[in-house]
Design a protein around this ligand. Sequence first.
Ligand SMILES: Cc1cc2nc3c(=O)[nH]c(=O)nc-3n(C[C@H](O)[C@H](O)[C@H](O)COP(=O)(O)OP(=O)(O)OC[C@H]3O[C@@H](n4cnc5c(N)ncnc54)[C@H](O)[C@@H]3O)c2cc1C
Length: 443
Amino acid sequence: MPDPGNSRRKAPAIVILGAGFAGMEAAEALGRAGLPFTLIDQNNHLFQPLLYQVATTTLQTAEIAAPIRAILSRYPGADVLMDRVIDIDADRKVVTMTNDSIPYDYLIVATGARTSYFGNDALRQHSFALKTLDDAVRLRHQILTAFERAEISRDDATRRKLMTFVLVGGGPNGVGAAVATRELAARTLARDFHHVDATKTRVIIVEAGDTILPGIDAELVDRAMETLSAKEVEVRTNAKVVAITPEGVDLEDGHIEAGTVIWTAGVAVPDLAAWLGAEADKAGRIVVGEDLTVPERPNIWVVGDAARSLDEQGDPHPGLAALAKQQGRYAAAAITAACHGKAERTPFHYSDYGHMVPLGRFAAIAHVKGWKLSGLIAWLLWAFVHVLFLMDWRRRLMVTLTWIWSLATKRTGSRIIINRDGVELPQPDPAHQPTDAPKHGVA
Ligand SMILES: Cc1cc2nc3c(=O)[nH]c(=O)nc-3n(C[C@H](O)[C@H](O)[C@H](O)COP(=O)(O)OP(=O)(O)OC[C@H]3O[C@@H](n4cnc5c(N)ncnc54)[C@H](O)[C@@H]3O)c2cc1C
């Protein structure tokens, strides 16, 4: 292991791990306070709530991701390291990365969560996740390639399978991605493909529980179900997935033949509990106190998706971007106060602004400050908030213009297949005659 004393001579006292919503908010607050800090992340900053729009070809990658050092370039005290954290020694106060190690006086851990397969890694092998930018690009490749393969296939069963998409997990991410996939097929691809009828594409949400969107107001869930039905997205509740194979999804009581399975059923926090020697919940989230520090470690804050924090009623906070931002800001304020010699800490309080779930073109549900909204008004609110939360004005403008263009023309602009995994692209079928043959029916 590298010697932390020698590895970085000018070691900053404040270190932030992870530049997602929580880490970036902490960094901005420290930067504004004029405090120097080091921020470590292995990726770019990513706006995860719009990932599904990259996967379903509405947005491009650069519209929802940005280099961390570019965002923080206005703060001279911001030192950005693109590296992977592989350990934390809380006794020696040292963070170890793949290439180096760094000491800290104050540490903010904001490394988020990863896709979880509930200990059954076989579920990963034949499914697509939607958590990172790579996931979104890979999924976009898969969706577009599925239609290309269907277009050149002459076998009805093969086409039916290729044009069936299963989303495992009926949470907001799964539901949003399902509607977007169905709209991509029925509105945009239906015009582009001449041999298959993309309007017949099946998109099925499979949820193990007895309702989709758990935790959201029942009346709004009913309205979401009506919208899903109107947009021809199928929903199967009480359907537990036992296996995912190249043929599709095996349920406890049946099988769905599908060419693409998208896994949005859960997230977990690996490694952190072992690194910190701290208590964690079943998903690996670190149990923090009311000031978001690790018990017995008053100089380590764990914030955002990596933490299990409780509200005033003792219920766990939800895994939301707004919560992560508020926690990042809170940790930075506590460190700023400590740097100015103020030791007192008030408990963290979450200002809950509610939930929103996008349901495709001009549709969403929103539960905000007691108001239950759906349809166009909820969609306008959802769009406004998401544009506002993007990292800079250039991206806000680009995304707004892209949405206007795409809503007006019913077409998406990012239908580029990037074959980054060397996946075999569809080969022409020698028997296929590209004439004015009628569309293949896909029931
Ligand atoms: C598809 C999707 C849609 C979502 N939609 C919504 C929504 O509509 N509204 C909402 O409020 N929330 C939504 N969420 C949840 C929201 O994005 C998360 O709650 C939020 O991102 C948590 O912020 P965070 O800073 O804790 O973690 P993240 O944003 O996940 O950031 C963690 C950062 O840590 C870095 N990192 C992790 N491990 C390491 C390591 N070992 N070394 C170096 N760097 C590391 C990662 O690269 C990442 O940049 C969505 C999530 C997903 C996946």
